[in-house]
Design a protein around this ligand. Structure first.
Ligand code: G3P
Ligand code: CA
Length: 252
């Protein structure tokens, strides 16, 4: 809101709503993004895939079972966008959200543009997905307000070569060899660490900062964990509970 101190003055981590405000609304839906914006999050994190007919949309899992009304094990990317639009992505979370649809990336960009920053994880591995994402971000003039995230080094390299102005974030999975091995990759601007890794190796944050890169933690939901991440000086907290993270980030 307008009564807030700018982040730079306050030096607090940004609060990034993971899949939207996903403890308050079904993940990766417009209502989850609207909720995050209303709660005052600085940014939203989303998972992006491509439909069989080439439309970019939001969905975390590879199959439909957990977060739609279907339980036939269908691969979400094997469906056309029209078929995807027939799915109910709200009832599994709570009947009050019945009829909530899976949004296209375009719908999300239209909703958040000028309101919050975007942390866009490319989840799908469909060839050409990186170029399509970058094309849309250029069209919506959102290159400067977006960080593109991936677990795949190849994807990050492709993204950086498509548009050097795009901030990239390498996601670091649970079992990972040595962080130093990837710290100097020139196509990586920031690192997204699982919180248990930060907890075990808080010095990773300094190792990243020394290289003038940014360090983020995911997915940090508990009060004590958020406070710990704030004290370790992370640049951003990726959380399902932006409301709580905002309260604690401002306490610093
Ligand atoms: O923000 C990073 C985090 O979202 C990566 O894991 O499974 O929640 O997409 P996942
Ligand atoms: Ca994600």
């Amino acid at each position: 809101g307008a009564d807030r101190q700018p982040i730079e003055l306050f030096n607090r981590p940004s609060v990034i709503a993971h899949r939207g405000a996903s403890i308050y609304a079904p993940e990766n839906t417009l209502i989850a993004m609207e909720t995050a914006i209303a709660q005052g999050a600085d940014a939203v994190e989303i998972d992006v895939r491509m439909s069989s007919d080439g439309v970019l949309f939001l969905f975390h899992d590879t199959v439909v079972n957990r977060t739609t009304n279907l339980s036939n094990g269908a691969y979400i990317e094997s469906l056309t966008f029209e078929q995807i639009q027939t799915l109910d992505a709200g009832t599994w979370y709570h009947p009050a959200f019945s009829g909530v649809k899976i949004p296209s990336l375009v719908e999300v960009l239209e909703l958040i543009k000028g309101k919050v920053d975007l942390y866009l994880e490319i989840k799908g591995r469909t060839p050409g997905i990186e170029a399509k994402v970058v094309e849309l971000l250029i069209e919506y003039e959102m290159i400067d307000s977006t960080t593109l995230m991936s677990f795949s080094r190849d994807q990050l390299r492709v993204i950086k070569s498509l548009n050097p102005d795009l901030e990239t974030m390498m996601l670091i999975p649970v079992f990972f060899g040595s962080l130093s091995e990837v710290l100097d990759l020139d196509y990586v601007d920031s690192y997204g660490l699982r919180f248990d890794m930060i907890k075990a190796n808080p010095e990773y944050i300094q190792m990243i900062h020394i290289r003038e890169k940014r360090a983020y933690g995911w997915t940090i939901n508990r009060r004590a964990d958020i406070q710990m991440a704030v004290s370790y000086d992370v640049d951003g907290i990726i959380t399902d509970d932006p409301l709580l993270a905002i309260e604690l980030a401002y306490e610093k």
